[in-house]
Design a protein around this ligand. Structure first.
Ligand code: ADP
Ligand code: MG
Length: 693
């Protein structure tokens, strides 16, 4: 149970004073749904309002805080002119101006004859000293709330600085000191103060240095977050391990049949990874293993052989993919091989309905169907298995850590293999998976040739099309990628359709189009045609990004390459260079090319190494984005910055290990405090693993 002190923090943001139905969605988008989310929204800068002066000292363009007497309100003669409030001190006259003013409101906060403190940018204009829309107008008693280094928060156009600051202030008012969860030696070593003090300090910097990632208050909060992350991962892993797994001993019969049916031999990496996985399965501990391999490294076959080992021992297996296209593609790969071994396979996605779905559910429940390939639909409540033993999750960046934790918490005694298409740098690895067991596919299948990658401005599209013609004449198959981003979806879709029409004019009926808005069936049909060679140019939005496998495709044109992130470009390019033919990738950009985009394209030209690309990507953008968590909602880390706080991550990882060794059920007083920490960072799923959680 969540400790009571935290209750107010997990109320919706609109329980705060001054947050109504209009502000609520904006705050939710900016920070998150709960009061606690506002606490983690730290200032990005600060405005120095400590310059207090008299009117005659206030220079043009200066940010000043001035105490004045309100003399007179002057209504504007027409709507387009500003409302004016004349103020004075002993040295001169200051005119406050307001456009689209509400007179009632201004008369209330600036009553004639009263002393007021105003703060804002001063302008000398038409022989007058003016301040347009002062940032603050308060009574003399309240001067301390203005005369300070005022934090400024990252925001979007839907929320103003002032409104956001007020909401955050309200959230801070809901907090109280909490029992210390860190070791006192660690606190002393870094000069860290208690949590509550640090939190308040992080929101009330005394000087600009307090805003740096290594300021003690910020560092402490970042460490809190990292420790919560590492502790949660440690708990889940330990919980899964402790849960008595069952030894799965297959006789190798089905695997042998499939290996026979494969047109190739496994690579050394594939055999080694498989060996590690099988050893996990044969032990009576629960498996939680990550299979990491760059695009095209051949993870699918490993997954299939793993599932077959479970089936040999009389159990069932699932393979879960992040998208419908991928699930069907896995099915297409697996089906003929499973047929060769006489194993029944079914696909279950949101598309299977009515009788079809009922039949599949029956088959899974009776145990007749041995392998289920599908999407999230596999985790619906009415999907029951006779004896599920192995779950393979083909993750491809799409699932966040949160979901994985939840899934793990839900699983009973099922062995879990998570597959991921590398680019996860070592630093991120630790935060996303803790010290989970990892198998790596380091080598690509033999015979692959490097992809020749070139960069062109869009003015060269004509000659690119001619080049494509030549390749087609040689029998190549071509991906032609048009970007599609949510904000400009309609326009992008139109652009893709236009390109499709253009190419049809040039190349006739050999051109197909596939995009995310199409019905599943139609998408499949186009993909099948491309795979079979019935069409040889596929115009596609990024739906082909993940996992699509057509080894005959050897050319990829990416339009507006400047709009894609590095990881995305790498994933896209990974669709070619899969067969034995030489492949080329043409990155087409529309000038002018920004700095970062230019760097990205350069990296793409220089390397195909997923690790290098991932490291560079991490440098060019934030870590949360890299893990794909931005898309799935909120960023993974709110205060920790994986570049700045890398050393803290290693410490947190060790710290978590030691804690779980000494106090595995978090029962000591420090353990109690650590539970609060886990709740504070919403690692509730991990707490379920504690014996008396
Ligand atoms: P990914 O790791 O990106 O999921 P896939 O499993 O889709 O890669 O495999 C990519 C391609 O490589 C597929 O066409 C697959 O049949 C082929 N492949 C897999 N293993 C080998 C191998 N050992 N030798 C040759 N080709 C292989
Ligand atoms: Mg794959």
């Amino acid at each position: 149970m969540r400790p009571q002190v935290l209750y107010p923090l997990f109320k919706p943001v609109d329980t705060l004073k001054g947050v109504g139905p209009r502000l609520k969605p904006a705050l939710e988008r900016l920070a998150g749904p709960h009061v606690v989310d506002l606490l983690w929204h730290l200032p990005a800068g600060a405005v120095d309002r400590r310059h207090q002066c008299t009117i005659n000292q206030a220079g043009h363009g200066e940010l000043c805080t001035i105490t004045v007497r309100v003399m007179q309100h002057i209504q504007p003669p027409t709507k387009s002119r500003p409302y004016r409030v004349i103020c004075e001190d002993d040295t001169g006259t200051l005119v406050l101006t307001f456009f689209h003013a509400h007179a009632d409101y201004l008369l209330k906060i600036l009553p004639e004859g009263a002393l007021r403190v105003v703060s804002g940018t001063v302008e000398h204009y038409n022989n007058e000293i003016q301040m347009t829309h002062p940032d603050h107008m308060v009574t003399v008693e309240e001067i301390d709330t203005v005369l300070r280094l005022e934090p400024t928060y990252p925001l979007t156009h839907t929320v103003s600085q002032k409104v956001l600051a007020k909401a955050i202030h309200g959230a801070l008012a809901q907090t109280a000191p909490l029992a210390e969860w860190h070791d006192s030696a660690l606190l002393a070593k870094h000069g860290w103060k208690p949590w509550h003090e640090s939190l308040l300090k992080a929101h009330a910097p005394d000087d600009l240095a307090d805003l740096a990632p290594h300021a003690p208050a910020r560092e402490r909060l970042a460490y809190d977050e990292l420790l919560a992350n590492q502790l949660a991962l440690g708990l889940v892993r330990r919980g899964m391990r402790k849960a008595k797994g069952r030894a799965t001993l297959g006789d190798g019969d089905l695997r042998a049949k499939v290996l026979d049916a494969l047109p190739f031999a496994l690579t050394g990496s594939q055999s080694m990874a498989l060996g590690e996985i099988i050893a996990d399965m044969e032990s009576d501990l629960r498996m939680l293993r990550l299979l990491q391999g760059d695009v095209g490294s051949g993870k699918t076959v490993v997954a299939l052989l793993t599932m077959l080992a479970a089936i040999e021992a009389g159990h069932q297996a699932v393979l879960m993919a992040p998208t419908e296209i991928l699930a069907r593609q896995h099915l297409n790969t697996i089906q003929p091989l499973a047929d060769a071994a006489g194993v029944e396979v079914a696909v279950l996605t949101g598309r299977e309905k009515g009788k079809t779905r009922a039949a599949i559910l029956d088959g899974l429940k009776s145990g007749a169907i041995k392998i289920a390939v599908g999407t999230h639909a596999l985790f619906q409540d009415d999907v029951e298995f006779a004896d599920l033993r192995m779950a393979v999750i083909d993750e491809q960046h799409r699932f966040g850590v949160h979901q994985r934790l939840e899934l793990a918490a839900k699983g009973s005694a099922v062995d879990v293999l998570v597959m991921t298409a590398t680019p996860i740098p070592r630093t991120l690895m630790l935060t996303a998976y803790g010290d989970m067991d990892v198998s790596r596919l380091l080598e690509k299948p033999a015979g692959r040739q490097p992809v020749d990658t070139r960069v062109f401005p869009s003015s060269k599209l004509g000659s690119i099309a001619e080049g494509v013609q030549r390749k087609l004449d040689q029998g190549a198959r071509v991906y032609w990628v048009c970007p599609l981003v949510e904000e400009s979806e309609k326009l992008d879709l139109a652009a893709a359709e236009d390109r499709f029409e253009d190419l049809k004019k040039m190349f006739g009926e050999r051109v197909g189009l596939v995009h995310g808005r199409m019905k599943g069936k139609d998408k499949d049909a186009v993909m099948v045609d491309f795979k079979s060679g019935k069409i040889d140019i596929l115009v596609a939005t990024t739906v082909i990004e993940v996992g699509v496998d057509v080894p005959e495709a050897t050319v990829m044109v990416i339009e507006h390459a400047e709009r894609f992130g590095l990881a995305q470009l790498h994933q896209l390019r990974g669709r070619i260079g899969r067969g034995s033919g030489a492949s080329s990738c043409l990155l087409v950009y529309s000038p002018p090319l920004g700095d970062v985009a230019q760097k990205r394209l350069k990296i793409m030209r220089e390397t195909e190494d997923g690790f290098v690309i991932a490291e560079e990507d991490l440098k060019l953008r934030g870590a949360g984005e890299l893990l794909g968590t931005r898309q799935s909602g909120l960023p993974e880390f709110r205060m920790a910055d994986l570049e700045a706080h890398q050393n803290l991550l290693a410490t947190a990882s060790n710290d978590a290990k030691v804690i779980l060794e000494m106090d595995p059920d978090l029962k000591t007083p420090r353990g109690e405090a650590l539970r609060t920490l886990l709740y504070l960072f919403e690692r509730d799923a991990a707490i379920k693993y504690l014996r008396s959680g």
